[in-house]
Design a protein around this ligand. Sequence first.
Ligand SMILES: *[C@@H]1O[C@H](CO)[C@@H](O)[C@H](O)[C@H]1NC(C)=O
Ligand SMILES: *[C@@H]1O[C@H](CO)[C@@H](O)[C@H](O)[C@H]1NC(C)=O
Ligand SMILES: *[C@@H]1O[C@H](CO)[C@@H](O)[C@H](O)[C@H]1NC(C)=O
Ligand SMILES: *[C@@H]1O[C@H](CO)[C@@H](O)[C@H](O)[C@H]1NC(C)=O
Ligand SMILES: *[C@@H]1O[C@H](CO)[C@@H](O)[C@H](O)[C@H]1NC(C)=O
Ligand SMILES: *[C@@H]1O[C@H](CO)[C@@H](O)[C@H](O)[C@H]1NC(C)=O
Ligand SMILES: *[C@@H]1O[C@H](CO)[C@@H](O)[C@H](O)[C@H]1NC(C)=O
Ligand SMILES: *[C@@H]1O[C@H](CO)[C@@H](O)[C@H](O)[C@H]1NC(C)=O
Ligand SMILES: *[C@@H]1O[C@H](CO)[C@@H](O)[C@H](O)[C@H]1NC(C)=O
Ligand SMILES: *[C@@H]1O[C@H](CO)[C@@H](O)[C@H](O)[C@H]1NC(C)=O
Length: 503
Amino acid sequence: MPKLFVSISIWGILGLASVQATSGAWPYQTFRTESFEPPVLDINRTGAELAEGFFVFTPQGPRQNSPVIMTDCGDLVWSGPNVSSANLVVQSLNGTPVLSFWQAPAVVDEVTPFTYGNVSILDDTYTEIYNICPDLNLIAPDGSPSGCSLNAHESLITPRGTILVTVVNITTADLTSVGGPAVGWVNDDMFLEIDIATMEILFKWRALDHVPINTTKAILTGTDGLSRSNPFDWFHMNSVDVLGEGYLTNSRTTWSSYAINSTGGIDWILEGSTGGDFSLPSAAEFAWQHDARVYNVTPSSLVLSLFNNFNSQTPTYPSRGLLLYLDLDNHVVKLIGAYEDIEDQTYSISQGDFTQLENNNWFVDYGDVPQMKEFGSAGDVRMIVQFGDLPVQNSLKNFSNSTVYEMSYRAYKQGWEATPGVYGPAVTIANSKGYVSWNGDTRTTQWIIFAGKSISSLQEVATVNRTGFETSFSIPEDEAIIQVGAVADEIILRNSSVIKIWE
Ligand SMILES: *[C@@H]1O[C@H](CO)[C@@H](O)[C@H](O)[C@H]1NC(C)=O
Ligand SMILES: *[C@@H]1O[C@H](CO)[C@@H](O)[C@H](O)[C@H]1NC(C)=O
Ligand SMILES: *[C@@H]1O[C@H](CO)[C@@H](O)[C@H](O)[C@H]1NC(C)=O
Ligand SMILES: *[C@@H]1O[C@H](CO)[C@@H](O)[C@H](O)[C@H]1NC(C)=O
Ligand SMILES: *[C@@H]1O[C@H](CO)[C@@H](O)[C@H](O)[C@H]1NC(C)=O
Ligand SMILES: *[C@@H]1O[C@H](CO)[C@@H](O)[C@H](O)[C@H]1NC(C)=O
Ligand SMILES: *[C@@H]1O[C@H](CO)[C@@H](O)[C@H](O)[C@H]1NC(C)=O
Ligand SMILES: *[C@@H]1O[C@H](CO)[C@@H](O)[C@H](O)[C@H]1NC(C)=O
Ligand SMILES: *[C@@H]1O[C@H](CO)[C@@H](O)[C@H](O)[C@H]1NC(C)=O
Ligand SMILES: *[C@@H]1O[C@H](CO)[C@@H](O)[C@H](O)[C@H]1NC(C)=O
């Protein structure tokens, strides 16, 4: 059956953004008031009901490496700092919505487990209220100190006011069970639970203490594991969730999710090919998976979601969101749903996430493939969003050629209401027109333009509706200065500074 997609012209939707295209690169948006360069979103919908919400993600690509919030029409809402980032997400901290993201000091082409950084938590005025930066005195592959030691993989805020984060320490280990030296070098993946208010580390779990290295599906080859600069990445922890009194953590490379109890012991393992401690139907098999999460937890059962990449190096199998029912008494897994786009499969080799939306739709971010898809609860694809060129069997993916890739470690579709606290609207004049934006504001619906010969004579001259991220307006010819107010519900939220019309 042909797909009945409604193709929506970006030209009709994007507020004022100029769309730029350079040969070989995905088109991006530019503005007069800010230097942000977010990708143009190519969005198709079937017309079936979608969840409300903004796209909340971290497109890493040639033009800009920033956490961004964009509308489901492709308008920019907020652009964060131009840094390598991951896990931009709206979470609840002590009952209040906050925005959090992981960031690294340098813009790097490829974020690895050794890209060390910190997690910033912003309130709804974009003020940083916490920065999570434990310095565990780690040493990077190149011998340099890590500083803030968090890697990109997890930054989950829990209902108890703590945050779950991931760290990789390079250490020595016996690699004879995988054909390596007796003293080899490995990544020791760990997660920490940190009290956000006090920054105290409350819990620490190291994979090497609990999981044999030879359960890995990674093959030790070449110089892997022979030096600190090339440690064996045998576990690759990529998510941590709260599970009862303990945790659920996920290893890409052992194809397993581990239920960890409050003293660090492993209660059970769900493995993607054999089932581990469970019997697993073949339709529910998974490999190289990301983002394992639990729902509806009882002592005898739970629902587990994960993003089954199903590929490591060579794209072979279609990637999909998996929703599994785990019977913990009888150790049986039932497949609840596999969320994949049968008519337009996506083959993801790394990263990605799979989340439930407020109306019970499901949302997949395909990690290294710059696509996001929304599915109905029954698994029918309802929206496809693309924000970069698709890798053609990886031939486009060349990290040293930064004009061709774009990806987002995770992506979410979420509600968010915010008004910047520390800065007001940005106004500029170009080509005899005025332009105004207010990075991150979600409330402004109109702009009120004041003009005059001097500050004391400023008078309202026009009100214009907000159009997307940036709005243009006409400037009065015989005045000297203007000021623009951001209006919501007929109230001025904030004025811009006063600027001269003519230099
Ligand atoms: C972001 O930073 C990168 C690397 O420093 C730089 O090349 C790029 O121009 C910056 N982009 C924007 C939009 O500022
Ligand atoms: C967190 O990382 C950002 C980006 O590198 C950096 O600007 C900031 O200073 C860091 N914060 C701390 C507390 O280290
Ligand atoms: C990292 O590994 C080194 C070398 O084995 C060890 O001395 C150090 O304690 C480890 N750090 C952490 C935070 O586990
Ligand atoms: C892992 O190594 C141990 C010790 O050498 C061995 O007993 C076990 O059978 C091995 N397991 C696998 C999955 O190869
Ligand atoms: C956690 O698991 C370990 C290993 O099975 C066990 O010895 C320990 O008693 C468990 N702790 C709790 C609190 O259940
Ligand atoms: C949207 O549909 C158009 C027209 O069929 C197609 O060219 C484009 O590739 C589609 N984009 C996505 C992201 O599916
Ligand atoms: C990057 O790769 C693309 C596709 O292989 C190629 O067309 C383009 O010329 C390359 N750009 C640079 C700067 O090397
Ligand atoms: C990647 O791109 C760089 C720069 O364009 C080029 O020098 C290099 O040969 C490319 N590598 C591969 C594997 O295509
Ligand atoms: C401005 O927005 C209001 C409310 O959506 C609408 O009724 C009005 O027609 C818009 N004005 C213009 C000029 O587009
Ligand atoms: C905004 O600026 C106008 C013109 O200067 C002034 O009349 C008004 O009081 C200001 N409002 C706020 C809320 O600052």
